[in-house]
Design a protein around this ligand. Sequence first.
Ligand code: PXG
Length: 293
Amino acid sequence: MAERLIYIDGEYFPKEKASVSVFDHGLLYGDGVFEGIRAYNGKIFKLEEHVERLYFSAKCLMLDIGVSAQEMSNLIVESVRRNELHDAYIRVVVTRGKGDLGIDPRSCPKATIIIIVDTIKLYPQEFYDNGLEVITSSNRRNSVEALNPKIKSLNYLNNIMAKMEGTRAGLHEVIMLNENNYVAECSADNIFIVDKGILKTPYIHLGALEGITRNTIMQIAKESGLKVEESTFTRFDIYGAEEVFLTGTAAEAVPVIKVDGRIVSDGKPGPIFKDLRDKYKEYINSNGTSIYT
Ligand code: PXG
């Protein structure tokens, strides 16, 4: 196996030597943005969409990445190529860079760009076969007027606390509400329900990340003739749903069979989920930016 090489600001470092300054504002203040991307079969999935979201997040924070989006895409492809991987998990991190102690970004002359390429640790197959149990977290998603969850920033503390709440309950994911008690998403996944045959997912403005897997699933669902709606729903709409499932780059699509102790339908992954999951699998294997040609 080739040694893992990590890109930092124009150089490739072996894993043990890859580090940034303790004065980096990404570390000191969570001042930065990131993306989690996958490669399947030698192709990077939705590279353009991930880079676009990265630049959107950076723009919101007035963070100048310092290279163009096209250069960033090239750097990501090159980083995977150097690691000689065909299936990979790619973490792109852009921080405000090294500066003084003090939150003022003006002390940081240049952003730090990090590209980590690694293999992905897949979820146990039983999650996909049997479905997950989830609970609603007492930790709310950030207010859209405070730190909009559309921004994939290095501030994930609400989600981390929510995740820990799930872990304490022995669960892998948790539902997160917004401050008005509407369902927003999960700690690192978006959520879908099937309600009277209609596929529904919360509006992004309720406080969710605009997941690239979410958007892909919505597109696949529409193309297969399903009615798809962005909507508002509460926990109680989930309890009554015919199907519930989650989407994300790492998880892909994973069924949910129990929510806050309520069994979803017959407690088994539903037919619409299974159909979309199969179509998503097909989709990821036939789309993407080629790494080696
Ligand atoms: N919601 C949140 C809050 C996320 O962070 C998603 C939804 C799914 O979005 P995509 O674009 O992936 O379909 C995410 C992204 C990890 C990890 O390493 C994954 C995410 C975030 C942080 C870490 O597993 N998922």
